[in-house]
Structures are given as C-alpha cells and as structure tokens.
Design a protein around this ligand. Structure first.
Ligand code: NAP
Length: 486
C-alpha cells in the first residue's frame, strides 16, 4: 500500500485533525491500494496561506524559467511512467493500456506548456499618436484553486496545473477523494524538479470541507473546476458574489449521429470505442447513437457484437479491454439506469448486468450495455450515465437527427459518421457542442486544441488546453508609453 500525506508549503504533512482514509482497488476491493491524510478546512487554509506567500516570488520568476521546471517535471514523469500507470490502474480501475496513455498524455501536456512559456506575453497595438507605444502584457492572477474529478486523475489536473503555473500563479489543488494518488505524485515530481515551496499545494479531503473552503475563501483569485454539473453549478454560485473568476467544465450526454450512407462496421466500432472505452467513465463518451431508422437495426446488431467483444476484468491483466466502475455507488448508478430505461419502455438488448463470477467476484464490474428503442425524452437519453451504456435513438431525416442531438441540456462533444461531406459540415455548423468530430470517436482530444463545452457542460467562457488555456490564468493590462518629449 502506498501512503501519502498532503503537500503544503513544500512539506509533506499530516492532516491537522490527524484523520486518514484509504482507497481500495475497484477491480478487487480486498486490496487496499493507497492511504491518505484526510485534510479539512484548516489544511486548505494553510495551503492557501502558503500559496499567497509564494506568489510574489513565483510571479517575479520569468515565464521561460517557470517553463524549465515544467520540462523537468515532464522528464521525471516520463521516467516513472510504468510505475505511475500501475498505481493509477489499481486505484481507479483503468486498463494498463488506458492508464499508460493517460500518463503519456500528461508528459506531453507539460512539454507543450513548457514550450509555450516562451510565448506568453502581450501584443503591440497601433497608437493614435506618433512616438507613442501602446502594448498589452499578460499578468498572473494570484492564488488559483483547482478542483478535479477522479476519471482522469493525472492528465486532467495537469491540463489545469501546467497553464496555471507557467503563467505565474500559485496553486492549491484538491483532487477527487476517489483517486488522489496521481495529484500527489505530480507534486512529488514538482518538488524534485525544484519548484519553490508554496507554489503548488495539494490537499486531499472531502468536497464538502476542502472543496467548500476553496470555493468560499477570499484568498482565491480564480477557481477552475471539472466534475459534475450539480457540483460545478453550486460552486459557481458560491464564487459569484465575490466575482471570482470561474471555469467550470462539467458533464456531457454526447451524441454520435450515424447516417444511412455510413460504413456501419466503422460506425459501430467508433461508437463502441467512445461508449465503452475507459468503462464509459469519460465526459466526452458517446452515450446516444442517433441512427437513421433505415439502418438502425443493422447498426444495433453490430454494436451488440462490439459490446460482446469487450473483455471485462482487472485492468492489470493482459487481454482485458474494459475495467470496473470506480466504486460501488457508480456501478449501482449505472445498473439503476438500465432498469429506468427498461421501465420507460426502452430495451436493454445486450449487457447491463453486474458481473461477479470467478475473478470478478470482488470488483465493481458490469457488462457494457446497448439500449434500443430509446426515445430522446426518456431519462436514459437525457441524464448523464457515467458508465458503459449506449442508447440507440432512431432518427428520420438528417434535420431530425440534428434536432435530436441538440435536444439536450448538455453540449460537450458530438460526432457524426457519414461519407457525405456536405452533411458533415452542416452538422459542424448546427450542432450545439464545444467539440465536433467527423468519422471519429467523440472521445479523445488533441492537447494542442482548445477544449470545453457549451450549454450546461461548461461556463462557456474560457477554454482549457491548447495555447488558449493561459487566458483563464492571466489578465491583460494595457500600457501607454509616450516617448515624444525631447
Ligand atoms: P463530482 O462529484 O462533481 O466531483 C468533482 C470534484 O468536486 C471532486 O474533487 C469532489 O471532491 C469535488 N466536490 C464535491 N463536492 C464539492 C463541494 N460541495 N464543493 C467543492 N468541491 C466539491 O464529479 P466526479 O464524480 O469526480 O467526476 C465525474 C463528473 O466529471 C462527470 O459528470 C463527468 O462528465 C465530469 N467530467 C467532465 C470533464 C470535462 O472536461 N467537461 C472531464 C472529466 C469529467 P470529492 O471527490 O472529495 O467528493
């Protein structure tokens, strides 16, 4: 078992309360994987004080010098990739392949942001008068709070941390209680890379205490959150009275439209990858396949074949292609939705069952589910199910397919499978989503491209990832310089 303390002001410290808790392997709950100092409000407050004290020094460090530390962190993580992937796999339940991809992505994020450190500046604006210079400069905000979910416990914090730090902010990070190990491993890497004390602080503890303190403490100049809509919406309201800068990236209910001209084998493969990959625990997962009624039956049969080909098991074992749900309550929630769908008149035509035989006895396993005869107004089509469950919704013509895709409160990612480029481009124009994929899975993002949702999936203001990620973590100052005298 790995034991972790909180990282505050450059030190590894127990919780003020001395409380601890541990996490178990979701593939085999008999295995205690990690134990943690369970932080509370007092721990969050000392982390915020440390971050505030470290800000002047970090702000005065040049961006390229900050970038060099990110580069060093990338190298340290790359050197420990297999070990980190294994801990990630045991704590969160991903397969070895998925965990390795996520750690690799993290390395790339730090490298990308390290390179970007040479470009964070401002611009020269034409002045109305001769011998005058008008320019802008980007400045850090101060102490930034990050609150992150469990489903991508290293890459996702990295895509907030890297732009926050490279722009000169100091950070207090609260990772999800279900999988905090990777956040603390990243802090170790920063410590080893020579990050000055107090610049990054990681406090593990409940959302209700540590998270709430970050959402309400006046020391926080900006808060970036990723998680469910319910929690994100609540935090946004807590930040509003102080007009604290807020970035909330939340859930999705992502459609993949399959038109009648599509290669249905490819369509089924892509929908299955996007719906069952990472056990469906992805904000951009395809959960609604909106399929032309002429090919819906054939598509559904092919999707069932794909679902049947998933080898469900412990992600550490060779040949396993789908791991467990992260915890018992997530598994129960998924299974509840199968029942809700059947009760509403839809039909689970394959999977959706708890698996507990043999090696699966002690884990949170289920078979990937294909639900047919789904109407778009059913709960199964409207509410986020954070598991391997794909609903097939039949559509008439192309316009109806787009209307169905948009008839949802969320707007994160959306895909279309077709050979018709005209329809694909009309879809990109009309779909209400932050990301559109054509003949690709709805999951999987390029780290160099902006990412974020619309509608209830996001606060719709600042994008994450790509070069634009630094916008959230900086403010622009305009400087007027007159050199006409003399
Ligand atoms: P969650 O329950 O909303 O929790 C997210 C984070 O908020 C956790 O660190 C949690 O801490 C914390 N939190 C909980 N209650 C809080 C409170 N009252 N005040 C402050 N913080 C609080 O989400 P999750 O179950 O971890 O993650 C799954 C959700 O994330 C899904 O909805 C998924 O779609 C979404 N997601 C979105 C994106 C995106 O980029 N749009 C990416 C990944 C995931 P505890 O863990 O201690 O409760």
């Amino acid at each position: 078992m790995k034991e972790y303390k909180n990282f505050i002001d450059g030190e590894w410290v127990s919780a003020v309360s001395s409380d601890t808790f541990s996490n178990h392997n979701p593939a085999d709950t008999r295995e205690e994987v990690t134990s943690y100092a369970k932080g509370g409000r007092a721990d969050a407050q000392s982390a915020l004080a440390a971050a505030a004290a470290a800000f002047p020094g970090w702000r005065a460090t040049t961006a390229p010098a900050r970038g060099k530390i990110l580069s060093a962190v990338a190298n340290i993580i790359a050197g420990r990739k297999d070990e980190l992937a294994e801990t990630l796999c045991r704590e969160e339940g991903k397969t070895k392949f998925e965990a390795g991809m996520e750690v690799g992505r993290t390395v790339d994020i730090f490298r990308f942001m390290a390179g970007l450190s040479y470009t964070i500046g401002g611009s020269v604006v034409p002045h109305d008068l001769p011998n005058n210079l008008l320019f802008t400069k980007r400045e850090p905000l101060g102490v930034v709070a990050l609150i992150t979910p469990w489903n991508f416990p290293i890459a996702l914090p990295a895509w907030k941390l890297a732009p926050a730090l490279v722009s000169g902010n100091t950070v207090v990070h609260k990772p999800a209680s279900m999988a905090p190990a990777m956040a603390l491993e990243m802090a170790k890497a920063f410590d080893e890379a020579g990050l000055p004390k107090g610049v990054l602080n990681v406090v593990v503890g409940s959302g209700r205490e540590v998270g709430d303190e970050l959402a309400t403490n006046a020391a926080v100049q900006a808060l970036s959150f990723t998680g469910s809509h319910e929690i994100g919406h609540g935090i946004y309201q807590q930040l509003a009275p102080r007009m604290t800068r807020a970035q909330m990236e939340m859930g999705g209910k992502n459609p993949t439209i399959v038109l009648a001209d599509a290669d249905l084998d490819l369509a089924a493969k892509l929908v299955a990858m996007a719906g069952f990959g990472q056990t469906g625990q992805v904000c951009t997962a395809t959960s609604r396949a909106i399929v032309d009624e002429k090919v819906a039956q054939e598509f559904t049969e092919k999707l069932v074949t794909e679902a049947q080909s998933r080898n469900v098991g412990n992600g550490m074992s060779d040949g396993v292609t789908m791991g467990p749900a992260v915890c018992a309550s997530e598994l129960d929630g998924n299974l509840d939705y199968i029942k809700i769908a059947n009760d509403e008149g839809a039909e689970c035509v394959w999977g959706g069952e708890r698996l507990g035989e043999g090696d699966l006895e002690h884990g949170h396993f289920m078979s990937p589910a294909v639900i047919a005869n789904v109407k778009n107004d059913m709960r199964i089509a409207q509410e986020e199910v954070f598991g391997p469950v794909v609903s097939v919704v039949k559509s008439g013509d192309f316009d109806e397919a787009i209307a169905l895709a948009n008839d949802i409160e969320y707007g994160l990612s959306a895909s279309i499978i077709t050979r018709d480029i005209n329809k694909a481009m009309r879809y990109t124009d009309q779909i209400e989503a932050g990301v559109v994929k054509i003949n690709q899975i709805s999951t999987g993002l390029a780290l160099q491209a902006p990412f974020g949702g619309v509608k209830h999936s996001s606060t719709n203001n600042f994008k994450e990832q790509g070069a634009t990620a630094v916008d959230f973590y900086t403010r622009v100052k305009s400087v007027y310089l007159d050199y006409s005298a003399g």
